[in-house]
Design a protein around this ligand. Structure first.
Ligand SMILES: C[S@@+](CC[C@H](N)C(=O)[O-])C[C@H]1O[C@@H](n2cnc3c(N)ncnc32)[C@H](O)[C@@H]1O
Ligand code: SF4
Length: 401
């Protein structure tokens, strides 16, 4: 995460974040770290275990860690659960059901809670959709990534475009809410090609789309090819043009961006993802999961051990896999709220930011950025414009300086 420089010369009365109201959203994230194959662009905490895994033993550990987090963040009302990965659609529906039941047992699970599962669109995984619905999943997020077989092959995917579209059609039958992911600014992708692909994607879209610009992540096979000059992806000017085209097409189709990479029909935004960007609390269960839990006015940042087997052993001996647990200062919590909140088109609440961090942003600096067309102020709210979101990191540095 980008570290924002904040003027430490200001004597800060570090106003701690207030204790969360009982009715503030609270989410549970469950990380399933296994995949059929490792995609060459991906640096998520995901692992291939050719010999298989002991799913029942892992489930026992997840349930145990859940009890630990319920004690750390007691009496919260869970508004969303998100099964992310890795590939959670490799889990048996019974495993998913047991985890949802445990969340409902240890916290109050709202009757209309959003319960999302990330799925890869192979036909084998689509065969589980009915079981996931019975387990309680009401929103599916499919990793389609591209709509032509040559691109899917180049991305190292285990499914064809036809398989992905069939999985999408099936998902729409089983789940009230369906999203899918595409990656753009891929190798050799022109504006013309992306216009055609995104137009087709919008024809298939349900209520939500995640459109990610390809990031070359350090340590991945794509990074090695990029360094060797054999991965020819659009340069930053071309990628910016693709981003602006994305905004234009999605807006025209009624799925405007509500976050840098996320588009939804109004009212169909992912409640779970909004909770992160709005700075609310969540418990993250499983290997390499992150949590934010506020207690006694202080926000704690926790994360668990990344290696699945090491996490499993730790839970079996200690009841949890927590590897780091730090209190965030008011300044750090404010930095985080600024970083996350400006990704949203609704932006941030300046009064809340000042309450968290103990100081207000510089009004003259905001005015200067507004004159450049990079931010918009509306009462106590501040948002980045689409142009501003293109240079978000430097914008945040400028605001926080
Ligand atoms: C954690 S992945 C899990 C989803 C699921 N395993 C799959 O691959 O469909 C979530 C999404 O992140 C996106 N993603 C992962 N690595 C990326 C990268 N290097 N650049 C852009 N998007 C990426 C993909 O669109 C992917 O669907
Ligand atoms: S993109 Fe998805 S399937 Fe591919 S390695 Fe990453 S998490 Fe696994």
């Amino acid at each position: 995460m980008t570290k924002i420089e904040i003027d430490h010369s200001l004597a800060l009365a570090v106003a701690r974040a207030p204790s969360p109201a009982r009715d503030e959203p609270f989410g549970v994230y469950v990380h399933w770290p296994f995949c059929r194959a490792k995609c060459p662009y991906c640096d998520f905490n995901s692992h291939v275990r050719h010999g298989g895994i002991d799913e029942a033993r892992f489930l026992t550990a997840y349930l145990e860690e859940l009890v630990h987090f319920a004690a750390l963040a007691p009496a919260r009302k869970v508004t969303s659960i998100f099964f992310g990965g890795g590939t959670p659609s490799l889990m048996r529906p019974n495993t998913v059901a047991a985890m949802i039941d445990a969340v409902a047992l240890h916290w109050a699970l709202e009757s209309d809670a959003e319960i999302t599962l990330e799925a890869n669109p192979t036909s084998a995984e689509a065969a589980n959709f009915a079981g996931y619905r019975t387990a309680g999943i009401n929103r599916l997020s499919l990793g389609v990534q591209a709509l032509d077989d040559a691109s899917l092959k180049a991305l190292g995917r285990q499914h064809t475009a036809a398989e992905a579209l069939a999985a999408l059609a099936l998902a729409k039958r089983y789940f009230g809410r369906v999203s899918f992911d595409l990656i753009y600014a891929r190798e050799g992708q022109t504006e013309f090609a992306w216009r055609e692909e995104l137009t087709r994607a919008l024809d298939h879209a349900a209520d939500h789309l995640s459109l990610y610009q390809l990031t070359v992540e350090e340590g991945t096979p794509f990074a090695a090819r990029h360094a060797a000059g054999t991965l020819r992806i659009p340069d930053s000017a071309d990628a910016h043009a693709l981003y602006l085209l994305t905004q234009e097409l999605c807006e025209a189709a009624g799925l405007p961006a509500y976050e840098v990479s996320n588009h939804a029909r109004p009212g169909s935004e992912s409640r779970h993802n909004l909770l992160y960007w709005r700075g609310h609390d969540y418990a993250g269960i499983g290997p390499g999961a992150h949590s934010r839990v506020t207690a006694n006015g202080t926000k704690r940042a926790l994360s668990t051990t990344k290696s699945p087997e090491a996490w499993l052993a730790q839970v079996e001996t200690s009841g949890h896999g927590i590897e780091s647990d730090e209190d965030l200062s008011g300044e750090e919590a404010a930095e985080e709220y600024l970083l996350m909140g400006l990704r949203l088109s609704e932006g941030i609440d300046l009064a809340r930011l000042a309450a968290i961090g103990g100081r207000a942003l510089d009004a003259a600096r905001i005015d200067a950025l507004a004159r450049e067309g990079l931010v918009e102020r509306n009462g106590t709210r501040l948002a980045a414009t689409p142009q501003g979101r293109l240079v978000l990191n430097s914008l945040i540095l400028e605001l926080a300086a």
